[in-house]
Design a binder for this molecule. Structure first.
Ligand SMILES: [Zn+2]
Length: 688
């Protein structure tokens, strides 16, 4: 299974929030009128896929129009004891439109409807689950997405109560507060649970499955206790420590973000296992693929991201018409924050990964951040996640940690359970920092691409015991207003200063203590921009995804060659072509050179390539590295002490696409990293 190997790209979570038309959302959020409401009683039998429901809808309007999935039919409608006619009202894809007129004195309508739901599509992959899904049922798991038309939605924002009944060992859940629960052992043979969502919701997702439920009640200072749950199928629940680990970590994340942003707005949080490779964050729960939940790093990364979506996306809603800020802010405060906590290098590696993904987007096809709605393809993710998260890195660098935190808290306090936009975020940070941020937000939101800045000239002159450093910086039109970290390199040391630029050509003068050797722009990658090739060190992903990869055998022994060939098949997504060692200097397609240590060293020397890096020599049972070269095809090397050492890499190596080099002991990666690439040092002229 390759699911683990690009969790960042593939598992990324989409808040399942129905796309709300801005005007409607704004009206609903602004008007103090009573919230539309829905009361649902649902009977679901996943084995036969039969679905029956009674809905009591208070739409807040007499002419009520709603959509139902084509598998469902309305069988009765009544208000205040009077039967009503429900008329068809068009079709949009698999959704059938219906309309009913409420009598003048009736605030609500009672609808009975039902049908046989489509079967669970077991073939759906990570991409498939990101598209609009129908309501689906099966004994191993049922998923009725909020956008699938399985209930009559009263209004864009509404409050709901759902009672659901499922047979035997099935359990069911919808986002919200658990009001009551009856187990099948009580005699009915059915599980019944009732949920309430009193805040304005944008949709309802219903999930059911053959789950074992574990629960922990956690006290909260100044609030109701939290009910934490895992809903895992039996074999997942049986994995030693797994469910407990999820409960512990959920609690940790909930407490962290309550502290950082404001109190958790709900009373429950559940980790729910899905038979599909989903990774969805919904209010009060996350719905993740059972296979994904087993992966060791999910608790350290995706779980926190999901928990945080209870604030961003499901706590403050996204005003989609003006762009989706929630993925960027969630990525910044979850995934990126965990890297910052790990180390400065890990955080830089994540910024580099964002900039690398952005550099891979063909020039001219880039989209502006303001037009990002949801992740539908890689280029959109590079902007909607990477650029958006970097916007927050730059914003915090610009206004300072304290103002940033105040801005985040104020944004939450002002917009809980309302739709908010980038403009609202800007206002919160302007207020918190006391600075106008229009230029900052406009250039990063409205313009596609990014700045490409370079030092055109650097000169220095000694003046009265000091040194005056003068820089000419150039960027393309129209210029960005940037605060750029500038590394000034002296013999034996370096210091960093921030410089401000804003025109196609800026001349900046600085006073320094000694004569510098050179300068480097933003070596730590804190500013979103188009990176030079020198700042993009080769990583294994370039080999993994190669369209016509090639394999060069360094060794002659048969068992070694077989081990290398088998490894090549596992590492590359397309099986490599076996070629001679001439390929190391010919063609343009990526090459993997594999064999035993001595043979690899000999092949590198013969091809005139750089030798084994000293930092790897003699370590572990196998070493893997990419070669940095100015010309010739990209070359990566796998070098083992014996055939077993190469065989051992088949499982783990494909998971390390983000690395430039690794040291393995058997299957275990002892050490790994990305080659440093601080960018070119621009020499300082004159004055010496
Ligand atoms: Zn997300």
């Amino acid at each position: 299974m390759r699911v683990a190997h690009a969790p960042r790209a593939r598992m990324r979570v989409v808040a399942v929030v129905a796309v709300i038309a801005t005007a409607l959302a704004r009206a609903a959020a602004a008007a103090p009128a009573p919230l539309a409401s829905l009361d649902l009683e649902v009977e679901l039998d996943p084995g036969t896929r039969r679905f029956q429901a009674v809905a009591t809808v208070a739409p807040g309007t007499r002419d009520f129009r709603f959509d139902l999935h084509e598998s469902l039919r309305v069988t009765a409608a009544a208000a205040g004891g009077t039967n009503l006619r429900v008329r068809p009202a068009g079709r949009a894809g698999p959704l059938l439109g219906w309309q009913v007129r409420l009598p003048a004195n009736a605030g609500s309508v009672r609808l009975e409807y039902g049908g046989t739901l489509p079967a669970l599509d077991r073939g759906l992959d990570e991409r498939g689950v990101l598209r609009g899904l129908p309501p689906m049922a099966a004994t191993e798991g049922s998923f009725l997405p909020g956008t699938a038309g399985w209930y009559p939605q009263p209004a864009p924002l509404f409050a709901y109560r759902v009672s659901v009944s499922v047979p035997g060992d099935q359990r069911a859940v919808v986002p919200g507060r658990l009001r009551s629960e009856v187990l099948p052992s009580d005699g009915s043979g059915r599980y019944r649970a009732s949920f309430e969502f009193a805040q304005p919701a944008t949709g309802i997702d219903l999930m059911a499955g053959p789950w074992v439920v574990r629960e922990r009640i956690v006290p909260r200072a100044g609030g109701e206790p939290l009910r934490l749950r895992t809903l895992f199928p039996r074999e997942l629940d049986a994995v030693a420590g797994l469910a407990d680990g999820y409960l512990d970590d959920s609690r940790r994340y909930l407490e962290r973000y309550a502290e950082e942003i404001g109190a958790y707005p709900f009373t429950e949080f559940s980790v729910v296992a899905s038979p599909l490779p989903t990774g969805f964050g919904m209010p009060t729960l996350t719905y993740m693929g059972a296979e994904v939940l087993k992966l060791p790093f999910i608790r350290a990364t995706s779980l926190g991201h999901e928990v945080l979506h209870n604030w961003w996306g499901n706590g403050v809603y996204v005003d989609y018409a003006t762009g989706n800020w929630s993925e960027g802010l969630t990525t910044f405060m979850a995934d990126y924050a965990y890297k910052e906590h790990e180390s400065a290098e890990a955080a830089r590696a994540m910024r580099l990964a964002w900039l690398r993904d952005f550099a891979a987007v063909p020039a001219g096809s880039g989209q502006a951040l303001a037009s990002f709605r949801s992740r539908t393809h890689g280029a959109a993710a590079a902007v909607g996640y990477g650029k958006a998260a970097m916007l927050f890195v730059m914003l915090r660098d610009g206004i300072g940690e304290d103002a940033f935190r105040r801005g985040v808290r104020a944004f939450w306090a002002q917009h809980r359970f309302r739709a908010a936009s980038w403009r609202d975020l800007r206002a919160a940070f302007e207020q918190a920092s006391g600075r106008p941020l229009a230029t900052f937000f406009e250039q990063w939101l409205d313009r596609p691409g990014g700045p490409a800045v370079k030092v055109a000239h650097a000169g220095a002159k000694a003046e009265a015991g000091k040194v005056r450093l003068t820089l000419a910086l150039e960027q393309a039109t129209p210029a960005y207003a940037l605060r750029l970290p500038l590394e000034i390199v002296f013999p034996g040391r370096a210091e960093t200063r921030n410089i401000d630029v804003g025109r196609e050509r800026d001349v900046v003068a600085l006073e320094v203590e000694a004569m510098p050797e050179g300068v480097r722009l933003d070596p730590d990658l804190r500013v979103w921009r188009v990176l030079d090739r020198e700042q993009l060190p080769p990583i294994l992903r370039q080999w993994i995804v190669a369209r016509a990869p090639r394999l060069v055998q360094a060794s002659g022994a048969r068992d070694v060659r077989e081990a290398a060939a088998a490894l090549g098949k596992r590492v590359f997504e397309i099986p490599p072509r076996a070629v001679s060692s001439d390929a190391l200097n010919q063609g343009t397609d990526p090459v993997l050179l594999a064999g035993l240590h001595a043979d690899v060293d000999a092949a590198l020397a013969l091809a005139g390539l750089p030798p084994r890096p000293a930092s790897l020599t003699g370590r572990g049972s196998a070493q893997v590295w990419t070669i940095v070269r100015q010309a010739g095809p990209p070359v990566a090397v796998v070098s083992g002490k014996d055939a077993d050492a190469l065989r051992a890499l088949q499982g783990p190596l494909p998971h390390y696409g983000g690395q430039s080099w690794l040291v393995f002991d058997g299957r275990r990666a002892l050490d790994r990293g990305v080659w440093p690439a601080p960018g070119p040092l621009v020499p300082v002229q004159g004055g010496r």
